[in-house]
Design a protein around this ligand. Structure first.
Ligand code: HEC
Ligand code: HEC
Length: 298
């Protein structure tokens, strides 16, 4: 069929359509003039069933005629007659393209507004915060929890003031766009089981404000030796390295003795995936504003 001229089927369809149309018009007019009944005038069936041959009512004729006029106008304006595209050059694809163009324009404006507003202003904008929460719910809640409070002693709480990687715009943008990998090395080989136990005691005491307690002095000494490079001398952390503060009560991996011991002995490698390819600039900015404002469910 491919070697037939492309006009062939179009022409064939035009011929069929026009012929059918003319035949139909002829039939309608014929019936109206009363001849359509043919030669079965006053046929009697089953003893008393009579088949009349009355002309169709006038309204019927006008009704059919109106429909035919509408059809003719329709195939003149819209595609319907073979390959003829209609006077309006309308097409389903074109229709969808137009809708997309309208959509891009409408949302393009909204995006431009989001990108030019300060994150503080966005945080004040209820509609923006609702969109931010929807994005969070779709992309982030599976790990961080619907309330963003973290979960499973694996995924950090995003509603507290303790930020591993920082809360300023640039830091949050980088976290979301490029992801983060926390590198907490394992210490069992370096300090042995006893060392790990002493460190755990110290870190737990530190989180409760008791870092100076003489009972945890051995752990404090090990901490100064092995841990301060990342967690800081006072345990306040280092956002450049994603090393969390240990002098507060928040724990990502759990604050029980068993949890802290496991963290120190085996190390941790939390991975925050990169969303740069999945979210656009405006969505990321909305999330940044929402997180800075405390990640509240609107
Ligand atoms: C597959 C699970 C997963 C998903 C999905 C995920 N995250 Fe994370 N996110 C993590 C983990 C794990 C960390 C901790 C990384 C580390 O240990 O340094 C993290 C860390 C973060 C941090 C850094 C917290 C801090 O204290 O500095 C932010 C901010 C964050 N995520 C935001 C988001 C946002 C926004 C989304 C959705 C766009 C998201 N995350 C989706 C797993 C996830
Ligand atoms: C190379 C830098 C580095 C060194 C050195 C280091 N840490 Fe860490 N530590 C990290 C990072 C990064 C994380 C976060 C890991 C993650 O997000 O998965 C972390 C996490 C932790 C946590 C978990 C905190 C929580 O919220 O659950 C504890 C506890 C901890 N470190 C204790 C120590 C101790 C004790 C030492 C010394 C023996 C030490 N760290 C040495 C980088 C370091």
């Amino acid at each position: 069929m491919a070697d037939l001229p492309s006009q062939f089927w179009g022409g064939w369809i035009v011929a069929i359509t026009v012929t059918t149309f003319v035949a139909l018009a002829w039939f309608v007019i014929d019936v109206y003039r009363g001849k359509g009944g043919g030669d079965n005038e006053d046929m009697v069936w089953d003893e008393n069933l009579r088949e009349g041959a009355k002309p169709a009512p006038v309204w019927w004729f006008w009704f059919i005629l109106a429909l035919m006029v509408v059809s003719v106008v329709y195939v003149m304006l819209y595609p319907g007659l073979g390959t003829y595209r209609g006077a309006l050059e309308w097409s389903q694809g074109g229709h969808i393209e137009q809708r997309f163009a309208d959509y891009a324009q409408e949302f393009g404006e909204a995006r431009a507004r989001i990108l030019s507003a300060s994150t503080a202003a966005l945080a004040e904008d209820e509609a923006a915060m609702r969109s931010a929460w929807r994005v969070f719910n779709n992309h982030c809640a599976s790990c961080h929890g619907r309330d963003a409070a973290g979960q499973a002693r694996r995924f950090p709480d995003l509603t507290d003031a303790a930020w591993q990687w920082g809360v300023d715009e640039a830091a949050l943008d980088t976290t979301i766009r490029h992801g983060r990998i926390g590198v907490m090395p394992p210490w069992l080989a370096a300090v042995g089981e006893e060392g790990v136990a002493q460190l755990a005691d110290y870190v737990i005491a530190l989180s409760r404000g008791g870092g100076g307690d003489p009972a945890v002095a051995p752990g404090a000494a090990l901490f100064q030796q092995f841990c301060v490079a990342c967690h800081g001398a006072d345990g306040s952390g280092n956002r450049q390295l994603g090393a969390p503060a240990l002098n507060d009560t928040g724990w990502t991996y759990g604050g029980s003795r068993a949890d802290v011991t496991a963290t120190i002995a085996q190390g941790r490698n939390g991975q925050m995936p990169a969303f740069g390819g999945r979210l656009d600039d405006a969505q990321i900015r909305l999330l940044v504003a929402w997180l800075q404002a405390g990640a509240k469910i609107p």
